[in-house]
Design a protein around this ligand. Structure first.
Ligand SMILES: [Fe+2]
Length: 435
């Protein structure tokens, strides 16, 4: 397919892209249908994954009641750690192994859904923990076969984890975030009820909303699938296949929704149209990046979150340093897109316009700045941290941050421009302070 100049075919390179759509039910009331879905999947004994905070919300009661109403045996696991670690993944896997469940339901944000994916994996195919973790940090061994059914019910409008085959965690002893990536981890079904975002604190809506923005932007500007060498066999085609015509559709619409609704959803919890709009944007961006992959901002975010010392924003569990995923991503974004704009100025300019930026008659050489300034204005309107400096990082931290990001080769390979550690250091310096 050579639908436009962006995807011109090159001899010896990839000519084929995959469309792996997620099974999704979206709308107010979707969670109450979970009993029907669990029955359709033949489940009888279900592990319901959540965390202590989400466990207090109506969503968990709705889901557990709906499952029990159709005769399911439901056991709730609420020990999921927000921003999970290897330790919290292992603990959840032990629970799953000992419980002999025939299916899983997760109710929560990305941390909950990712933990449920990992627990399902290690309970179904027990192995040493690093076996399935992405190389070079882990062994990168392929998941042997299908997992047990997993119904994912997101309660934040951000991660898109319900639409991907990835599970992310913090490998504590190495101070680095990494993950497990496999099509086998993809949830069987996503039940997405936008009403669940009504009670989210503003800072959580902001952090998760910027994660959405970056998923869409990174997927849209990722290295085109036609720039990757052809795989030796279809089985070796990577899940992060690069930008492609299918993911482009979701990205454009997700960017348009994010531009229209993100600031509104943060500033006014009663703006139902905006909060529902962000949930749909998150879903579209999740579908897109599940089929294309993200690149530099997410690669850089891993060490920003992993090396955090004493930052803890409002709206998150207090008492220990934590950098919410969306914040660790967005602080890198303006710096990255100033750098990558020359790879596809038209796409960068179009993204700025879709986000609502006033791009006017700006030329190709101004695309990166136009996009960065559009996003910085949104960050200021929602009181996001002013770059990595505001998270406590200084010049002395930059080599370590770059080293951690350089280990994320799966993501760097999806960048529209090759980067070495020197480039990554320059990108972190560019992210120190924006205003
Ligand atoms: Fe993300």
């Amino acid at each position: 397919m050579s639908c436009c100049h962006h995807y011109d075919l090159i001899t010896g390179n990839e000519h084929v892209f995959s469309v792996d759509p997620s099974a999704i039910r979206f709308g107010v009331g979707a969670l109450a249908e979970v009993g029907h879905d669990a029955q359709q999947l033949g489940l009888k004994r279900v592990a319901l994954f959540t965390d202590k905070a989400v466990a207090q919300l109506e969503a968990v009661t709705t889901v557990s009641s709906a499952l029990r109403a159709v005769g399911m045996d439901v056991v709730i696991y609420d020990d999921v750690r927000v921003e999970p670690t290897d330790g919290s993944f292992k603990q959840a896997a032990r629970f799953a192994s000992e419980g002999h469940f025939d299916g899983y339901v997760s109710v929560g944000g990305g941390s909950v859904i990712d933990t449920c994916k990992a627990a399902n994996l290690y309970a179904t195919y027990p192995a040493e923990f690093l076996t399935y973790v992405n190389a070079p940090i882990g062994d990168g061994v392929a998941v042997p076969g299908p997992l047990k059914p997993h119904i994912a019910c997101p309660t934040t409008s951000g991660t898109g984890s319900e639409c991907t085959g990835m599970a992310i965690f913090d490998l504590v002893e190495r101070h680095v975030k990494t993950g497990i990536a496999s099509r086998a981890l993809w949830p069987t079904l996503a039940l997405i009820d936008p009403e669940v975002t009504a009670t989210l604190p503003a800072n959580v809506v902001a952090a998760s909303g910027f994660d959405v923005l970056s998923h869409a932007l990174e997927s849209y500007t990722a290295r085109p699938y036609t720039q990757r060498p052809a795989p030796e066999s279809p089985a070796l085609r990577p899940m992060s296949q690069g930008a492609n015509p299918w993911s482009d559709m979701g990205c454009r619409e997700a960017l348009r929704y994010t531009g229209k609704y993100l600031v509104r959803a943060v500033q006014d919890a009663t703006d139902t149209e905006a909060r529902h709009g962000m949930m749909w944007a998150a879903t579209l961006a999740g579908i897109a990046f599940g089929n294309s992959g993200v690149h530099l901002p997410h690669g850089m975010a891993y060490s920003v979150a992993g090396m955090i010392r004493d930052y803890c924003p409002a709206g998150y569990p207090q008492g220990e340093a934590i950098c919410p995923h969306g914040i660790s991503v967005i602080v890198d974004v303006p710096s990255v897109f100033r750098f990558t704009a020359s790879s596809s100025p038209g796409r960068h300019m179009e993204a700025a316009s879709l986000l609502g930026g006033a791009v006017g008659n700006a030329g190709d050489d101004e695309a990166g700045e136009a996009l960065a300034e559009t996003i910085i204005a949104m960050m200021r309107a929602t009181e996001m941290p002013n770059g990595i400096g505001a998270l406590g990082y200084g010049e002395a931290d930059i080599p370590g941050l770059a080293e951690g990001a350089f280990a994320q080769q799966r993501l760097l390979a999806n960048s529209p421009m090759p980067v070495d550690q020197g480039d990554l250091q320059a990108l972190y310096r560019g992210a120190a302070q924006y205003w």
